[in-house]
Design a protein around this ligand. Sequence first.
Ligand code: PRX
Length: 668
Amino acid sequence: METLVKDKSQKQQSSSIDVLLQEGRKFPPSPEFKKQANVQDVSVYAKADQDPETFWAEWAARLEWMKPWKKVLDWNPPHAKWFVGGKINASVNCVDRHVHAGEGHVNRRNKAAIVWEGEPGDSRTLTYWDLYREVNCFANALKQLDVRKGDRVAIYLPMTPEAIIACLACARIGAVHSVVFGGFSAEALRDRIHDAQAKLVITADYGWRRGKQILLKNAVDDAIKDCPSVKHVVIVKRDGSSATTCHVKEGRDHWWHRLMQDAELVCEPAEMDAEDMLYILYTSGTTGKPKGIVHTTGGYLTGVYATTQWVFDLKEEDVFWCTADIGWVTGHSYVVYGPLASGATVFIYEGAPDWPEKDRFWKLIEKYGVTIFYTAPTAIRAFMKWGDEWPARANLSTLRLLGSVGEPINPEAWVWYQHHIGKGKCPVVDTWWQTETGSIMITPLPGITTTKPGSATKAFPGISAEVLDEMGHRIDVGGGYVAITKPWPAMLRTIYGDDERYVTQYWSKWKNNVYFPGDGVKRDEEGDFWFLGRVDDVMNVAGHRIGTMEVESALVDHHAVAEAAVVSRRHDVKGEAIVAFVTLREHAKKSSHLVQDLRDHVVKKIGALARPDEILFSADLPKTRSGKIMRRLLRDIAEGKALGDMTTLADPTVIEHLKQKYEEIEGS
Ligand code: PRX
């Protein structure tokens, strides 16, 4: 395993570094932007560096606490407690404090909190007062359904305001939410519900995607057949005027709107410890089983609040659009908690960027006057491919800042984004972070950082990041692994139900007080970070994190499959595409029908996001003498590269045959 990891990182890094080294363009902040920026003085870095605890405590103090903390940090590596003894409620910070007039508060009662457009074009605006009312009422509804502090609630919803309301209502009563992306299959949902032992599921009859109804409630019905922990299901009726399309089980299933009719307006917020769980979010790792990343309340809110203010240069009048679905961490941190804790106007959209036409996003920006736009490189590459004419037709003059997240952004996509969307006047912030880190870690600060296409630049103030080699030696200039050397407030606290995996996965590569994110990176002479991709068996397909082992498990679950090895190869738009090498059982016959069947099987087990682009049948897979599949050689084949070191192979002819076969298929 260790050698595989090393091999992949070295290979990927050397080829990516070659490309990136040619990148010399620099974009300093414009004087106009700098003049109005939230951060104008580079001394913020040195100040935070000298005393990170005070830096973070100053940010925490800007939140509303029910009881003050006694100690900023209790660091017992690798376990951290931030704001020890402090009591706080996340929903109070995201809603109540904006609707109450008072000293130190801007009254935002009538300000738009959420502006939403559905894919068919329906829209709604909720002021902060509206959001306050909805969150309170739904919190009371949850209580009526016997949800208590500490209980887990699964959320499987389309991007509608209810997704945000549901999260905040859980937070209000101290229930732990576990949002599952609506694109995951019923089986993936079942595994996540089961692992968290969720008591209640919140879903919708359906959501819209590319003009089709995605029947979420049907998937929930399938998922919870095997989940005895689930006592109730709440169903949002996506479209009030349409006929009901889903089954409603008497006593177990409840319509959201009916519950809300009877719910009382005020729900006292639960007094939560700073270290009480706010949510669990499942993400892929290097095994077949997704990890439940645990985030707590006080530190997490502090991290997302600080980064929202400084990275996005947020102002009172901004309209902030982060295109991430609520099912991913970006949706949690920069659709819900960061912007709403800041009292921002958040825009959300339900559907696809190319529906009904490829200019939907640009039309939305024009229509709602979006000022800050945060999206993923895979989307940017798709926009580039669709053609410059689509954004050119819209008025994008309200935009003042652009962001990128989720995967390395290639310099050409960065420059296209800056030119065609930002019209040369918007700073671009390429933000590196993870589900585990909770908040943005490495990023420009738009008023002071000179940006470079392809570089996420510097660690956010108060974050200590370095490049280390395999042995943990620091690399000042050159390639290696990114490492976080001090705890930070929004860091994950553990993996739900598996603290051992938390320790081995993240804190055991070097010393147990250094966090290993699993990314390869290069540092240039100016100290800027250039991310190169994962160094482990985690793929990043269209900005979605998927474990190779998860896809392999899904494939071997099929009756025709004896063994499978999954790798990824570069893809122009998706960043990476999935390639599966499959050995069939004796009775099974190769056919295009079987290829389709295997693809469908993966979709059924995980979701459409994990569908392999290519499936190749092989009588054998390349293995070491100890029987381990050598994925690195399969990756070479999928990338069309010369085969690397084969000395440890048990039978080199296997890989030669496979390569030949792959090239024949590619060439045909
Ligand atoms: O490999 C890095 C990549 O996405 C991984 C984290 O994925 P996830 O937990 O799903 O969170 C995505 C959204 C925060 C990282 O380990 N990644 C994320 N942002 C960047 C990135 N790679 C390069 N540049 C980025 N800006």
